[in-house]
Ligand binder design. Structure first.
Ligand code: ATP
Length: 305
């Protein structure tokens, strides 16, 4: 579906990023509406951090275009203030105390919410006097999250936000995130290897493998347009137009396949069952892993590795 650009959070066209001869992201086309919590999933090295860094303006595309809120990322100070980013290694200043971080945040950010910052610091049990260099990995993550949230951005971008958090802290963080996004009418993008986290909070999904977007869309829509088809083997070879096999599997006389259907799945031979999000994601990952790698060939057809 095409959206009026002003309603878009993120729009990319033929977006690619290359590091030397290595393609980190290629031919990425996305149109994501505002107000979503977007889960970005994919295996190690898929290009997730690259896409997030492009969206923050930390790196520039090699080719193609990217717009956040209708403008190039980090276009000016006002645009920068709209986006909060927490990088994968949750960077904090080791020599500064928690209170110093909040003071610095207040000085640098016009929309700084001191009340929110102090409430979160209390909630997660950090002391204002602690030096960031002495915090555990999870505590550092909480501090970085607090600083990003207190900017009151319209878009929060998290690279693996929950990786360093214990299960209880992770659950609390995800809860805070959904509440914060709802309260501000903000949007969030989070990359994660934890599909259960994505399933819990995200209403939009991007699966990225081998530098390419494999599938992107509203979670509810994806679950309706995909199914697990069980049918005699020869029937799978003769599927009607509009039905694409994402990942086939065998089960004796029958074959099972996760399929994507542009048409209703009513008239296909065999039985169709619902897929869970995890199976859907794993099917796209398995398909990407079984295909020739996008990174292997340049546009000139030259083999890279
Ligand atoms: N600064 C860089 N210089 C050179 N190559 C890079 C750089 N950053 C990323 N890459 C390469 O680009 C590809 C995509 O990396 P990226 O960090 O975006 O993946 P990722 O999906 O975030 O991985 P992970 O889940 O392991 O964090 C990888 O092959 C990586 O080696």
């Amino acid at each position: 579906m095409l959206h009026d650009d002003s309603s878009l959070l993120l729009k990319t066209e033929r977006l690619s990023k290359r590091y030397g001869r290595r393609l980190a992201l290629t031919d990425c086309g996305l149109e994501i509406p505002r107000g979503r919590i977007i889960g970005l999933v994919g295996p190690n090295g898929a290009g997730k951090s690259t896409l997030l860094q492009l969206a923050c303006g930390l790196i520039s595309p090699t080719s193609g275009t990217i717009e956040v809120f209708g403008a190039p990322p980090a276009a000016d100070a006002a645009h920068l203030a709209k986006v909060g980013f927490v990088a994968q290694d949750t960077p904090v200043y080791a020599g500064l105390t928690v209170a110093d971080h909040l003071r610095m945040g207040a000085r640098l950010n016009p929309r700084w919410d001191a009340g929110l910052a102090h409430r979160r610091i209390d909630q997660v049990g950090l002391s204002l006097r602690q030096r960031a260099g002495r915090l555990s990995g999870g505590q550092r993550a909480q501090l970085a999250l607090t600083v990003a949230a207190a900017k009151r951005p319209e878009l929060l971008i998290f690279d693996e936000p929950a990786a360093a958090l214990d299960p209880l802290a992770r659950s609390g963080f995800l809860q805070n995130l959904t509440e914060f996004v709802a309260e501000l009418g903000a949007s969030a993008v989070l990359s994660s290897h934890l599909l259960s986290d994505v399933e819990r909070v995200c209403d939009y999904l991007i699966v990225l493998c081998d530098a390419r977007v494999q599938v992107a869309g509203d979670v509810d829509e994806l679950l309706v347009t995909h199914g697990r088809l069980a049918a005699p083997r020869d029937a799978l070879d003769r599927l009607p137009a509009g039905i694409e096999i994402i990942h086939p599997g065998n089960d004796g006389r029958h074959s099972r396949a996760v399929v994507r259907a542009d048409a209703p799945l009513d008239h296909v031979p065999g039985t169709v069952e619902k897929v869970e999000l995890e199976e859907l994601v794993l099917s796209y990952m398995a398909r990407a892993a079984s295909e020739p790698t996008a990174r292997a060939v340049t546009t000139a057809g030259e083999v890279l590795r």
